[in-house]
Design a protein around this ligand. Structure first.
Ligand code: HDD
Length: 684
């Protein structure tokens, strides 16, 4: 039952004999019977007169609000941002200057295309939106887990989103890019090609929100006390390192555990394993911007970390789950226009359009201009203005003054403050009014190639496979061909693989680029997930399959080794009540095999005694547990008793270093050490 905060008046009533435990109406009247509508006679009609039932149904009827037009599915958490290195000299924003300052934050992660009830492992960009409640007002950094975007100008956003969302006539497919409309639009939009490489990479199937990077995407400005400006790009680097799942695993997770990402975040925070990210900045001046190969105002481009190193300045820690999903995660309203003195926008045409769209959409979603009164959206610093009235006014402004300038005294009147107030960077502007795209935005392929060439062989293979999968869902051949025509401008071998995978008779002619793509950009290791591996199993999850007769000492050794490695452990058994181990004691299981498939674990250990293994050779979920873990290139430990199971799947003939026999605690430790590599990619 929800407890509403009672004001003074409420407390007065309580003293008049009302208990805190009493169910009341929204008006505070105690309810005597919450099971039965008022009736006219024994089997008679329900009476409209029943104000208690009507109030309850009325409220229920209006519980839903429009879902976000994009990024509808998301999950939020509270946290804190702590500054470790000052940017004084570059900016006057206190949050970026005062070392040690702790700023409360609310973060919401999301997918883009799917609706609120879609599955977490859709191949999609992830939103990474942070609301900093700074002492100088709210700053919203509304980013993604990919540092570039599909389009360069905000005017194209509605078309992009219409194309990716379910087709308007049939209403499907949901939460997918694998359909004609999306690839039709993309193949007619060459500026998307860099983003296409990123979305076809494993970045769009992260293992969890905790294992992904975040980016502010745009170039922003930092402005110092003297009004001088530098450009800045913001990065979030996960302390636990990056990690993704493989595509087949994502497909299975969507069925087995559609809430995989939100559950992961919630469980980690509940367990006190607070996820952390370092905030990094790339700071550069106008001179660098002028000399850079591409336009820093073009959101389809990155600045490679090798060119401008990322400087780590602070740490974000998520240490509190949202207390109520609707009140906080659903109602949180991020607006890119929310910046504080010392931070400013740049002329990136995508950012400028966003600055209109976010504020506008909150009006529709939250119903009025007072959404800033909702606790999750309200600043945590003092705020005073003369914005008044409107739907759902929650503040009770006192006094007779509601305009500025005014000549009322300190107590009643507030006024502007040119010294500390927000001032825009005094950029000089000029030029003719026109609908234009600068020539400096014209190269759409060079960085796409740079991204592809920076990947390991495994990652390149995944990009090829993803393109073949996606384009195979497209029904019109011309669209497939048009995409391959673009790929020819990125990498000929990539285009060839995709054409072969699709079974195109011959390679189409390549798309004529507006400017010749460059093939001399140096590969950047920071662009590859696998080249930036964390070398730790910390924060990951080991699944241990047990059954009747499992060696209790070996089980304890694995649990200890996993915990020592900073990992979570779950036991899986043929029955959820658990299994009787070799010591005769029952060990409870966390999951039934059907409910704890290996896709939900990062590595697995099968600790079975011979007879149990023989029996489980006939269990489809058990065979899937092992064969999926093998196919998804996970590290697998197995006890000697598991041999019949290995033989049944033919794995006795396919031994590799990722498949390890475990007989004692040393083997358990050795296994956990191997797991630091996260996957055994060498497995063919
Ligand atoms: Fe957007 C939501 C990120 C371009 C219009 N966007 C939204 C969210 C994220 C992003 C993370 C979810 C916020 C939340 O959790 O509530 N969007 C981006 C990034 C972009 C981007 C990184 C490019 C760099 N967006 C973009 C453009 C437009 C929008 C160009 C419109 C012109 N975005 C919206 C929106 C949403 C939104 C319609 C839907 C719900 C909301 O704003 O609050 O206004």
């Amino acid at each position: 039952m929800s407890q509403h905060k009672s004001g003074n008046a409420g407390e007065l009533h309580q003293s008049a004999g009302k208990s805190n435990k009493d169910l009341t109406t929204a008006q505070g009247v105690t309810v005597a019977d919450n099971q039965n509508w008022l009736k006219g006679g024994q089997r008679g009609p329900s009476l409209l007169e029943d104000q208690i039932a009507r109030e309850k149904i009325f409220h229920f009827d209006h519980e839903r609000i429009p879902e976000r037009v994009v990024h509808a599915r998301g999950y939020g958490a509270h946290g804190v941002f702590k500054l470790n290195e000052s940017l004084k000299g570059y900016t006057r924003a206190r949050i970026l200057c005062e070392v040690g300052e702790e700023t409360p934050v609310f973060v919401r992660f999301s997918t883009v295309a799917g609706s609120k009830g879609s599955a977490d492992l859709a191949r999609d960009v992830r939103g990474f939106a942070v609301k900093f409640y700074t002492r100088e007002g709210n700053w919203d950094l509304v980013g993604n887990n990919i540092p570039v975007f599909f389009i360069q100008d905000a005017i194209k956003f509605p078309d992009l989103i219409h194309a990716v969302k379910p087709a308007p006539d049939r209403g499907f497919p949901q939460a997918q890019t694998a359909h004609d409309n999306f690839w039709d639009f993309i193949s007619l939009t060459p500026e998307s090609m860099h983003m296409v490489m990123w979305i076809m990479s494993d970045r769009t199937i992260p293992r969890s929100f905790r294992f992904m990077e975040g980016f502010g995407v745009h170039t922003f400005r930092l402005v110092n006390e003297e009004g001088r400006s530098h450009f800045v790009k913001f990065h979030w680097k996960p302390r636990l390192g990056m990690q993704s799942v493989v595509w087949n695993e994502a497909l299975k997770l969507n069925g087995m555990e559609p809430d995989f990402h939100r559950r992961d975040l919630w469980e980690a925070i509940e367990a006190g394993n607070y996820p952390q990210w370092d905030l990094g900045v790339q700071i550069f001046d106008q001179e660098f911007a002028d000399s850079f190969d591409f336009d820093v105002l073009d959101a389809t481009k990155i600045i490679p970390e090798e060119q401008v190193p990322v400087r780590t300045i602070g740490t974000l820690t998520l240490n509190g789950n949202a207390r109520n999903f609707f009140a906080e995660t659903e109602q949180v309203a991020f607006c890119t226009q929310n910046i504080v003195p010392g931070i400013d926008h740049s002329n990136d045409p995508l950012l400028q359009g966003r600055n209109f769209s976010y504020l506008d959409t909150q009006l529709k979603r939250l119903g009025g201009p007072n959404f800033t009164h909702i606790p999750v959206n309200a600043p945590r610093c003092p705020f005073h203005n003369y914005q008044r009235d409107g739907h759902m006014t929650m503040e009770v402004p006192e006094g007779r003054v509601n305009y500025e300038p005014n000549s009322w005294d300190e107590k009643d009147g507030v006024r502007e403050n040119p010294q500390t107030g927000f001032t825009s960077f005094a950029e000089s502007l000029g030029g003719e009014k026109a609908r234009i795209r600068a020539d400096s935005f014209a190269d759409h392929y060079s960085q796409a190639r740079q991204f592809y060439c920076s990947q390991t062989d495994t990652e390149q293979q995944h990009i090829q496979d993803a393109l073949v999968f996606e384009l195979s869902k497209v029904q019109r051949t011309q669209i497939r061909q048009r995409m391959v025509s673009h790929l020819l401008n990125i990498d000929r071998k990539l285009a060839r693989h995709v054409a072969d995978g699709l079974g195109l008779d011959k390679l189409p002619a390549k798309t004529e680029p507006a400017v010749a793509p460059r093939n001399d950009l140096s590969p950047s290791d920071a662009l590859s997930i696998l080249k930036s591996q964390p070398d730790t199993f910390k924060g990951r999850k080991l699944g241990i399959l047990i059954a009747e007769g499992t060696d209790d000492a070996l089980l304890s050794a694995f649990i200890k080794a996993a915990k020592d490695a900073g990992a979570q452990v779950e036991t899986v058994a043929p029955q959820v009540e658990g299994a009787i181990l070799s010591n005769g004691k029952k060990h409870p299981a966390d999951q039934l095999i059907d409910g704890g498939p290996s896709v939900v674990y990062d590595a697995v250990a099968l600790l079975l005694q011979d007879q149990a293994a023989e029996k489980l050779c006939h269990s489809k979920p058990c065979l899937d547990f092992l064969s999926d873990a093998y196919a998804h290139k996970k590290f697998i430990a197995y006890s000697a008793g598991c041999r019949p199971l290995m033989a049944k799947l033919g794995l006795d003939k396919h031994r590799d270093k990722g498949l390890q026999l475990a007989e004692n605690s040393r083997d358990a430790e050795r296994f956990m050490d191997s797991c630091k590599a996260l996957r055994f990619w060498q497995r063919s």
